[in-house]
Design a protein around this ligand. Structure first.
Ligand code: PLP
Length: 422
């Protein structure tokens, strides 16, 4: 699908005057429409809820927007739990899917009223130390093999997440003996899957597991969590997942395996990328060019603002606003300023001719984009803006400053100690 922008070059220029590049901008209308489609896709399932994976876009304005549309939060750390709480998202609107978790984090999740999703049978004592055994608890399944593979998660036998079936059954049995009364299972077996069969196949796997759990342990699951992993078309030649068709396909499997066997578990999803990914843009300015063995177009953004290309070799489409109609005659590597040769947003990308000062938009950066930012080379994390349906923008995260960077350092103390030793 041809990628287009929900804003104009003139709008971007006006924003740049107020908020220097690089910055992120999120399209509220796009996110709203996406959540609406997801809700329609699963409207047939009583108790359905999307628990947005906070790690994808951990920004309060985004979480509040999603909460206003009926979504909960899937958290994985103390800070993410605190952010949910500060956004007023508590109780059964919080899911806690951590791994290698501390008793303290279990205690926090439980105090918020959230549902704990155990990654391993060995986590039970840590959970008990933190908050005892809650009435409602979920266990994370890893079947070891699955029909749909994925580069990011890799083979499931190599994945650190979830429990094999025997351990999952042991965990459920132990939790029941220790007083848990409501149970769910969870699995995330792919990441960024564009295969419309992913959720239906995963549903089949988990519904079959639910029947086996009832048969073997006498436990009737209250909910089944399909987690995240639904992909987005990063490349223009890829097609988006038709979530309405996916919802219908899951419905068929649900009727066949659950309804027909007298079960009616609620379904949950924990999509991150699908909800915000396509609706976030990293906006940067061209700083200049360099012609050596290759042609380089330099930006004022770096991999510290968007790590996916450096980390996974991920493709992010790049648009030069105002030059969309020009021929793409320039083959260039689009690079940041880090002292790291993988600091490239694109390699051998065909672009229109650019010059210093041009604005450049890096698409599909709304999930796992700003969130994965870091401070290498002392580069600072950017601002985030929310574009409202009326065309106005709100600053929802200011840019990090040099003072923020130095705030965790005690420069004087360090100098004093070094001086004593010398
Ligand atoms: C990362 C993650 C998600 C969201 O994954 P997406 O690929 O962004 O949909 C959901 N649940 C858990 C437990 C995760 O770790």
């Amino acid at each position: 699908m041809e990628k287009t922008l929900p804003f104009t070059k003139e709008q971007l220029e006006a924003w740049r005057d107020r908020y220097p590049t690089p910055f992120y901008v999120y399209d509220e209308a796009g996110i709203r429409a996406c959540v609406e489609r997801v809700r329609r896709a699963f409207a047939w399932c009583p108790g359905y809820r999307e628990y947005f994976a906070v790690k994808a876009t951990p920004t309060p304005a985004i979480l509040r927007l999603l909460a206003s549309l009926g979504c909960g939060c899937d958290c994985a750390s103390e800070t993410e739990l605190l952010m949910a709480e500060r956004c007023g998202i508590t109780g059964d609107r919080v899911f806690f899917s951590a791994n290698q978790t501390s008793p303290r984090e279990y205690a926090m999740a439980h105090a918020l009223g959230g549902v704990i999703n155990l990654d391993d049978v060995c986590e039970i004592p840590k959970m008990e130390a933190g908050c005892g055994v809650p009435e409602t608890v979920c266990c994370r399944y890893n079947p070891g093999k699955f029909a749909i593979g994925n580069d990011i998660i890799g083979t499931l036998g190599e994945s650190k997440f979830g429990m094999p079936k025997d351990q999952l059954f042991a965990a459920l049995k132990e939790l029941k003996e220790k007083g848990a009364r409501r149970f769910g299972v969870h699995a995330m077996l792919a990441s960024c899957s564009l295969d419309a069969a992913y959720y239906p196949l995963l549903a089949r796997e988990l519904f079959s597991l639910a029947l086996e759990i009832r048969e073997t342990l006498g436990i009737t699951l209250d909910f089944i969590d399909l987690s995240g992993g639904v992909g987005i078309p990063y490349r223009p030649e890829q097609e988006p997942v038709d979530i309405l068709a996916v919802g219908e396909a899951v419905h068929k499997v649900y009727d066949e395996l659950m309804t027909a066997n007298g079960m009616a578990p609620a379904l949950y999803t924990e999509m991150g990328r699908f909800i915000t990914g396509p609706y976030g843009y990293l906006v940067a300015s061209v700083t200049g060019e360099k012609r050596t063995y290759k042609h380089y177009v330099g930006l004022d953004a770096t991999a510290a603002n968007l790590m996916r290309p450096a980390m996974y070799g991920a493709y992010h489409h790049i648009i030069v606003p105002g030059k969309e109609a020009l021929p793409k005659t320039d083959r260039a590597d689009v690079v940041g300023s880090l002292c790291e040769n993988n600091d490239k947003f694109a390699v051998d990308r065909m672009l229109p001719e650019t010059e210093a000062g041009d604005l450049v938009v890096i698409c599909d950066a709304g999930a796992h984009g700003h969130a994965m930012g870091y401070n290498y080379n002392g580069r600072l994390r950017s601002a985030e803006l929310l574009l409202h349906p009326d065309g106005e923008v709100t600053l929802i995260r200011r840019a990090q400053t040099v003072a923020d960077y130095f705030a965790t350092l005690d420069v004087d103390e360090a100098f004093a100690k070094a001086g004593q030793k010398a």
